[in-house]
Design a protein around this ligand. Structure first.
Ligand code: RNT
Ligand code: ZN
Length: 416
């Protein structure tokens, strides 16, 4: 049977369950995912910074990592050619491009250092997001925005403001708002003597950054929490409670990275709680295995559950989606493609559920039928709808997309 015929059968089966596959495909085509640039080079950036710090880590040494802007952009292009839809690229401040080799320090970075990213995005009709880099820098050794040394703290405040300017530039140039996410690693390995002081300094630093005056229709500032990092096991200044309260009181957006909670705590359950209080929220979709290990996103239970929360709460335009992981042990482009496609598959799954019916069953306490239907829906022919979605986007739907990467590995990556 052809793909079209298989899709027709799938369409009819879903229709019988009250699900409109055409509407699902149409909605999924419009979902933008912000793909993180840092999977391509193990979060190294272009500043020759050396070691990755900040309590995050990549493991593995799969050959072919990008080592310069040309290679990274070439790899992003290749990955995007295997992902259906038009998306955004999420750039970190340590990915500035310095033609003369003169690297600007973090408090001196300017829009011009990111012009090649703008050209890259504009040529492809993509949006851009941005992140200040509060790690992998000598002045980050003992804290950034919480640093008790006022001069160092001022340096990092200047970095935040410089990043707001670059985000404004991205938004103006691409014609799409730029999401600027603040995450700092600041914390302590062992039991603190003062938990309040660093948080008060963090609050003051953020107030100073946001007080620089910027166009809120161009830049959406988000604040990401974390419960711990490697070497920061006992305390982080930017805990969930701190960052949620800060964003709620300052009118910026909260960001949840699903690697940043206790192992049995799930972000899928937090989305609705935040939607009660925020017009928009943001996610870093990742996969934590035992710790915030930033494994490649898969079509697993939690990803599926998170995307159900986005779809069934009618929040596709309220939950902003970005990926965040770094695996150096497998083909890095495959990591991008598998992760972003997994998010899209989880969205499609949610779009293909009879969500109204399931809600009614819950509200009328018909829990047996609810469980039965939730389980039976898992075996509906989602794969045929996925293939149709990909075909309409001109992308290979099944595992054959990997052939293109095998070829790329032979002809491009192996020669680096
Ligand atoms: C770290 C955070 C943060 C980073 C990026 C590189 O735990 O998840 O988002 O992954 O800024
Ligand atoms: Zn993150």
């Amino acid at each position: 049977m052809t793909q079209k015929e298989l899709y027709q059968i799938a369409k009819e089966r879903y229709a019988a369950a009250g699900v409109d596959t055409e509407a699902a495909i149409e909605k999924l085509s419009n979902v933008i995912i912000s793909m993180h640039c840092w999977q391509g080079d193990d979060v190294k950036g272009f500043e020759n910074a050396g070691e990755l710090t900040g309590g995050i880590q990549t493991t593995g040494n799969y050959p072919g990592a990008a080592t310069n802007p040309e290679q990274l952009m070439q790899d992003i292009d290749k990955a995007l050619s295997l992902i259906p839809g038009k998306h955004k690229i999420n750039v970190h401040a340590c990915y500035g491009i310095y033609e003369d080799g003169k690297i600007a320090d973090r408090d001196q970075i300017k829009p011009e250092h990111f012009r090649p990213w703008v050209e890259f995005a504009k040529a492809r009709g993509l949006g851009l997001d941005f992140n200040p880099t509060y790690f992998s820098h000598p002045l980050a050794a003992n804290g950034t925005l919480t640093n008790p040394d006022e001069e160092i703290r001022a340096f990092w405040i200047r970095h935040g403001i410089a990043c707001i300017r670059i985000s404004e530039y991205f938004a103006r140039e691409t014609g799409m708002p730029c999401l600027m996410n603040i995450w700092i690693p600041d914390g302590l390995k062992d039991i603190p003597a003062d938990r309040l002081g660093p948080r008060q300094r963090y609050m003051d630093s953020l107030d100073q950054i946001l007080g620089c005056g910027y166009d809120k229709s161009l830049v959406y500032v988000t604040l990401e929490s974390k419960v711990f990092g490697i070497g920061f096991e006992s305390y982080t200044a930017g805990s969930a409670e701190f960052t949620l309260s800060y964003s709620a009181t300052r009118g910026i957006l909260p960001l949840m990275d699903n690697g940043h909670y206790h192992p049995t705590e799930v972000v899928s359950d937090k989305i609705s709680a935040l939607l009660c209080f925020n017009e928009k929220i943001t996610l870093h979709v990742t996969r934590g295995v035992r710790w915030d290990s930033d494994h490649v996103v898969r079509y697993d239970d939690e990803t599926v559950e998170m995307m159900k929360e986005v779809v069934r709460n009618d929040a596709l335009d309220r939950v902003i989606l970005a990926t965040d992981y770094f695996d150096a042990s497998i083909n890095r482009l495959a990591a991008w493609v598998i992760g972003v496609r997994s998010v899209q598959k989880a969205l499609l799954n949610a779009l293909l559920l009879p969500n109204e019916k399931l809600k009614q069953l819950q509200d009328s306490s018909q829990f047996t039928e609810l469980m039965m239907l939730q389980e039976e829906m898992k075996f509906y022919p989602i794969g045929d709808v996925w293939n149709e979605f990909c075909a309409r986007a001109g992308i290979v739907g099944d595992e054959k997309w990997f052939l293109a990467l095998q070829e790329y590995e032979k002809t491009v990556l192996a020669n680096r």
